[in-house]
Ligand binder design. Structure first.
Ligand code: F6P
Length: 362
């Protein structure tokens, strides 16, 4: 294997807390231990495909102490367009692999560290293969739906935001004797809803992976109120379908769509069956911000250091991962198979049922 001299690092897909901490760990370890040149690529693959190329050299003093504590990504990111199928202004579809490969060549990258979710792992592994550059993946997403890892960077902080939101909603729900519905992100999976809902003491948690009925939800609401509690807390994941199987989404001016609307749908379904007032909060992108939690910073730091070690050992096409109590690595082929849904036997589903929380039909 040729000696490593220059390594690129980029963030891809939706941002989350802890990305800057990963970039910092990659730079600190690669520069201090190996003396490599680290190039931070701007706005995901765009920085390599655009001309002039957009990147910056990262040094230890690039990180002035604040970045470890800041969410977002100072390199920028995008979740728009797959470089393998870019829709051009004239409506034609273009494959920008050649631009990507030429960018890699011009910068002299010996390896690329990709901090992304499952979609980014899949797309970037194809691009890197075509560009003949070794790739190492670092999982990040508030959705925590990347295969092969117990935790992705950003999930822990998102959970704190959901938990704190429930802490803030509970007193107002109690004061007004209301049914309070909180719609959370997670795309097609219910990891945020289940974990955040449990931590925040929700009475009802609805996730895309488990079927629910309005009767089941109403039964839990009636029982909670009849036991003397003044209010009911509900968490619903954005990717939950309506009772007749429709996914609800919002179309943006750019033509892109995001999930949205299921919280209000649920409120409309239950309101006719209860005297309690029903209110809905859609948490949205607040879940992607906030000061990175201690867990996310530890994860990010461990992942960054391990990613650099994999590059040093020439063990490419792998993703760093967290299992049990430490960092491991797994082949990208085990990761690029789609998103990881909640397991029906997830121990937390059992915990929720043990607490009497409604988490869908058994
Ligand atoms: O994948 C992260 C995520 O925040 C999802 O939970 C959510 O559905 C989606 O991104 C929102 O995407 P956008 O920022 O493009 O609206």
């Amino acid at each position: 294997m040729a000696a490593i001299k220059t390594v690129g690092v980029l963030t891809s897909g939706g941002d989350c807390a802890g990305l800057n901490a990963v970039i910092r760990a990659v730079t600190y370890h690669a520069v201090q231990r190996y003396g490599w040149k680290i190039l931070g690529i701007q706005d995901s693959t765009l920085g390599l495909m655009d001309r002039p190329l957009r990147y910056q050299e990262l040094r230890v003093n690039t990180f002035d102490g604040r970045l470890l504590r800041e969410s977002g990504t100072f390199l920028g990111t995008t979740s728009k367009d797959n470089p393998l199928h870019v829709r051009m202004p004239d409506g034609t579809i273009r494959d920008r692999t050649t631009d990507f490969a030429e960018g890699v060549r011009q910068l002299g990258l010996d390896a690329l560290i990709v901090i992304g979710g499952d979609g980014s792992m899949r797309i970037l592994s194809q691009l890197c293969e075509r560009a003949h550059v070794g790739m190492i993946g670092v999982p990040k997403t508030i959705d925590n739906d990347v295969h092969g890892t117990d935790w992705a960077v950003g999930f822990a902080t998102a959970l704190s935001v959901v938990t704190e939101s429930l802490d803030r909603l509970q007193p107002t729900a109690a004061s007004h004797h209301r049914v309070m519905i909180l719609e959370v992100m997670g795309r097609d999976t219910g990891h945020i809803a289940l974990n955040g809902g449990l931590a925040g003491g929700a009475d009802i948690i609805i996730v895309p992976e488990l079927p629910y009925t309005i009767e089941g939800v109403m039964q839990r609401i009636r029982q909670t109120l009849s036991e003397g509690r003044s209010h009911v807390m509900v968490v619903i994941a954005e990717g939950v379908k309506t009772i007749d199987g429709k996914k609800l989404s919002v179309k943006h001016s750019s033509g892109q769509t995001s999930y949205g609307g299921i919280g209000h749908y649920l409120a409309e379904q239950i309101a006719p069956h209860t005297d309690a007032e029903v209110r809905v909060t859609v948490l949205g992108h607040l879940q992607r911000g906030g000061t990175p939690s201690a867990r996310d910073r530890l994860l990010a730091s461990s992942f960054g250091v391990h990613a650099v070690e994999l590059v040093a050992q020439g063990r490419f096409s792998r993703m760093v991962a967290w299992r049990d109590r430490g960092v491991i690595d797994v082949p990208l082929t085990e990761v690029t198979i789609g998103s990881r849904a909640l397991d029906r036997d997830d121990p937390l589903i059992r915990t929720a049922r043990g607490l009497g929380t409604y988490v869908g039909e058994p």
